[in-house]
Design a protein around this ligand. Structure first.
Ligand code: ZN
Ligand code: ZN
Length: 263
């Protein structure tokens, strides 16, 4: 059943190329009617100041610390030491198989991720999702995911914030990869404290029992792309991976907009 689903959702390269051309044509037509502005600073974009279909001006793009290879094989960052792992991951026990991250949580990215978490930041989250696609598409395609699952947010926090940036990023990547997004696979049935500001041990304790498997879609033997906006210690993604693997998932790759190594 999984193989059939994958064949159905992944069209041939020719179809993908045609859809890409249609996207480009529609974007060009829209840009004539509504001249785009940079999603980070609001400055109006001209053909020379924008970066293709990415709606960020060149100045803002220059300030983002986007990772370049080689990447840490555990957390996906681009800050390798002398081994295949970055200094932050040498002693970490991360249960997922691989991670992909767009850039470093600092400077401009920090400001953007904080804005994405507000209800007014939905369009920014969409733009960051597109940025993930542009810079990480080869790595994302290599996952050959059967499903995309956003890290779940408790309904109370979703209501309070008015948005869920992980779910928006997952939707963008699902549309680009043509892989179904299944937010119902995981749920957060206990509202937890925000993880930021907690120590590594406190983060694990804070999450204990907070996540659960939701609807079962027949996960046996499948590959999952787990999506979140930020990864710090990896404890949330570890907890989610544990649940997915008990349900029979064989491979979990985590994709986040940014990586913020714990200190
Ligand atoms: Zn800008
Ligand atoms: Zn690392």
């Amino acid at each position: 059943m999984v193989a059939t689903l994958r064949e159905f959702t992944n069209p041939t390269d020719e179809t993908a190329a045609m859809q890409e051309r249609i996207h480009t044509f529609c974007d060009a037509a829209l840009n004539l009617v509504f001249p785009p502005s940079c999603f980070a600073c609001g400055r109006e974009l001209t053909p020379n100041s924008s970066c293709g279909r990415i709606l960020f001006c060149a100045d803002c793009l220059d300030q983002l610390q986007i990772y370049e290879p080689p990447f840490c094989s555990r957390c996906g960052c681009g800050q390798l030491g002398s081994s295949e792992f970055c200094p932050h991951c040498l002693n970490d026990k991360l249960d997922f198989d691989r991670a992909i991250a767009l850039g470093d949580y600092g400077g401009h990215f920090r400001e953007m991720v904080l804005r994405m978490k507000k209800s007014s930041g939905e369009s920014l989250a969409l733009a960051v999702g597109e940025l993930m696609w542009v810079y990480c598409r080869d790595r994302l395609r290599e996952v050959e995911a059967d499903f995309i699952v956003p890290v779940p947010m408790h309904w109370l926090r979703r209501t309070r914030r008015g948005t869920n940036s992980a779910a928006i990023l997952a939707e963008v990547l699902g549309r680009r990869l043509r892989v179904p997004v299944r937010p119902g696979i995981l749920r957060r049935h206990r509202n937890t404290l925000p993880q930021s500001g907690l120590s590594r041990r406190q983060r694990v304790r804070n999450l204990s029992g907070a996540l659960a498997l939701g609807v079962s879609y027949g996960l046996q033997g499948t590959r999952v792309l787990l999506v979140d906006d930020i990864m710090t210690t990896g404890s949330t993604c570890n907890a989610a991976t544990g649940l997915l693997k008990t349900a029979g998932v064989v491979h979990v790759t985590v994709a986040t907009a940014v990586r913020s190594p714990a200190v």
